[in-house]
Design a protein around this ligand. Sequence first.
Ligand code: PMP
Length: 400
Amino acid sequence: VFKNVEMAPPIQVFQLTKMYNECSNENKVNLGVGAYRTDEGKPWVLPVVREAESQMAADLTLNHEYLPVAGMPDFRTSATKILLGTNHAAISENRTESFQALGGTGALRLAAAFLGNVLGFKVVYVSNPTWGNHKGIFKSAGFSIKEYRYWDNANRSLDFSGMMEDLSNAPENAVVILHGVAHNPTGVDPTPDQWKTICQTCIDKKLFVLIDCAYQGFASGDLDQDAFASRYFADQRMDMFVAQSFSKNFGLYNERTGNLVVVTKDASKLPEIRSQMEIQIRVIWSNPPNHGARIVATVLNNKAYYEQWKGDILTMANRIKKMRQELYDALRDMSTPGNWSHITKQIGMFSYTGLSEEQVELMKTKYNIYLLSSGRISMCGITSKNVAYVAKAIDAAVRA
Ligand code: PMP
């Protein structure tokens, strides 16, 4: 039965981690995986998460019963509030609903199921480039995938006019995935004014907006600032979805904690939306896991924990910014050919270095520094100890 099953191509980012783990060079560096690391290169459990977990472990009223199909109510409402802001009109006018999902990936997959199965949408536009999984998620839900221009390689910045041209030419009822903050992989976001133009074009052209918000807090260290795009779109009273992930800003990668937020023009169709969404959930994961959602709900509903969490986010965002600066300074000190100012200008977890595939290959084989062939590096993999080594390798690759 299985004799014709062919080997699928490896998932590049996990392949890199495997190569890194198997490498014996003590200077090896993993710049592939998008997960936060301390300055010692270690995974970090946020202190506020440890505290919430201790409190949960001591609470003998908690149990392991199934959660509702739509997820934990406290988690869903508090997650929606940090996204839109507690006093947002969409919340006070009851024009939102949300559904707990298996991480940001699950929220996107649920969105795709609803948009395809219930609304009959067939085409999705993603940025070129985008997080690799966007295409796979929507393809597996039966969508055809189109791209809008995003990255201007010559200037290492946003190709805004190309993006607007492509969105303007998209057919009605196409779904458009926008990265709400800290675009992955480029680390380049539209300015607030550009966001306004993008939003107006989506409204004028009747495009369905799905914002992927996987890095709230990671770009600026400030939850409100990083929610600008999501809130601006929601302010326009349009029907839209936002896929939220708590993998990064809570460090809950393996707990699969996400939320699909629905914002509508008017509340009257929410009961129907809820019922159809629950049917989609029922056949994919039936009901979601508890642990991560309970942590997030515990933190967001406790003033002291919430403040502590904001401090933890700042710790992560500031360390990343510091590494951007140190990497830039090291390249400048070596007069590495090229302009590297994009490293400090780009935001969030990643930097799109502009290194070519051959240069990436040289860094991998000669220096045992593992990064995606697109030249994307996770800034989290850089530490005070290895930044000089990484800079030296980039310098050598560029001069080779
Ligand atoms: N969207 C983007 C742009 C991402 O970078 C990621 C994580 N790499 C996700 C969604 C999914 O996150 P999660 O791990 O919560 O599924």
